[in-house]
Ligand binder design. Structure first.
Ligand SMILES: NC(=O)c1ccc[n+]([C@@H]2O[C@H](COP(=O)([O-])OP(=O)(O)OC[C@H]3O[C@@H](n4cnc5c(N)ncnc54)[C@H](OP(=O)(O)O)[C@@H]3O)[C@@H](O)[C@H]2O)c1
Length: 281
């Protein structure tokens, strides 16, 4: 039986992985901040040596963009050094390492989707600390999958739930129409992760659902599929809430997945439909 350690198991992606994995196929060690802080090097090493996982999936991170700007030390401790600690364990016990990363490693100034071979140039503390985490994983492990995604929604605080909640309260929302990305459900990302860990196709991957839209179009589609009337005002990034101040062009090309014909992500509208259906159920 495959032994899998999921760090940050209570976050959106950790939760989605737990919901779809087959317990008959995998023994899972779930930890989050309360059980095991990934910044505690000795405890991380000791947990890894005792449990000797075959795979470590690092879903733990400080994902609050504003908090990262306010507290860069915290961002680097968790997003960079936490990833280093888990990589040290992976190397020590011979485990495969999965590191979640983000489109925020790019500057968002491109006019075509970023491939895995494009140079990174983060503009935020969050993006820079995540890139530092990627670099540690590359430095300390060989058997790694670095998976960059964008606009992820699952169980937790995210754009989809924010739009639905505001619509139900009858609040108007100013949504940027100058930010582009590919909305990606945590569940679809989880499916890809569980596929990848059974392979030896190591390296960096871009993994988002198929298709591109603006934040505004994303919000419109959320309301349309949910059958809600919302008050959406098309805005520009600098007018919007700070948590929406993201790279203008966050579109990732799933180039490697495509050229080796490894896995096809679904179209984003279909993924959203599945999410909303399960949310209601
Ligand atoms: N959400 C997105 O749009 C998106 C897009 C691309 C990539 N990603 C990446 O995907 C990964 C998971 O994202 P997510 O949306 O699932 O994030 P999330 O919902 O914020 O979950 C992160 C989890 O990590 C935990 N955590 C924070 N600090 C920790 C520490 N020191 N030790 C152990 N656990 C700690 C958090 O606990 P607390 O709640 O107590 O802080 C939370 O349960 C991250 O690496 C993120 O950068 C996310």
């Amino acid at each position: 039986m495959l032994k899998v350690w999921i760090a940050g198991a209570e976050g959106q992606i950790g939760t989605a992985i737990n919901e779809i994995l087959d317990p008959l196929e995998m023994e899972t060690f779930n930890t989050d901040r309360a059980e095991l802080d990934i910044t505690n090097t000795d405890e991380v090493l000791s947990f890894g040596e005792i449990n000797r996982p075959d795979v470590i999936i690092n879903c733990a991170a400080i994902t609050d963009i504003a908090l990262c700007e306010q507290n860069p030390e915290l961002a680097y401790r968790v997003n960079a050094l936490g990833a280093r600690n888990l990589s040290l364990v992976a190397r020590k016990v011979g485990a495969k390492m999965v590191q979640l990363s983000t489109d925020d490693v790019f500057d968002g100034h491109a006019e075509k989707p970023y491939s895995e071979f494009d140079d990174t140039n983060p503009q935020t503390v969050y993006g820079a600390s995540k890139r530092a985490g990627e670099n540690y994983v590359k430095e300390f492990t060989h058997k790694h999958f670095i998976i960059r995604s964008s606009w992820v929604y699952g169980k937790g605080n995210n754009f989809v739930n924010g739009v639905l909640a505001a619509a139900k309260r009858g609040e108007s929302m100013s949504i940027p129409q100058d930010q582009y990305g590919s909305p990606t459900s945590a569940k679809d990302l989880a499916r890809l992760i569980l596929h990848l860990i059974h392979t030896n196709e190591y390296g960096t991957y871009h993994a988002t659902c198929k298709g591109v839209c603006s934040r505004y179009e994303f919000a419109q589609e959320i309301l349309r599929q949910a059958g809600l009337q919302g008050q959406l005002c098309p805005g520009a990034t600098n007018e919007a809430d700070h948590y929406l101040a993201r790279p203008a062009y966050a579109v990732l090309d799933n180039f490697i997945l495509r050229i080796i014909d490894l896995y096809a992500m679904p179209v984003w509208q279909a993924s959203l439909a599945e999410y909303l259906e399960e949310r209601e159920g």
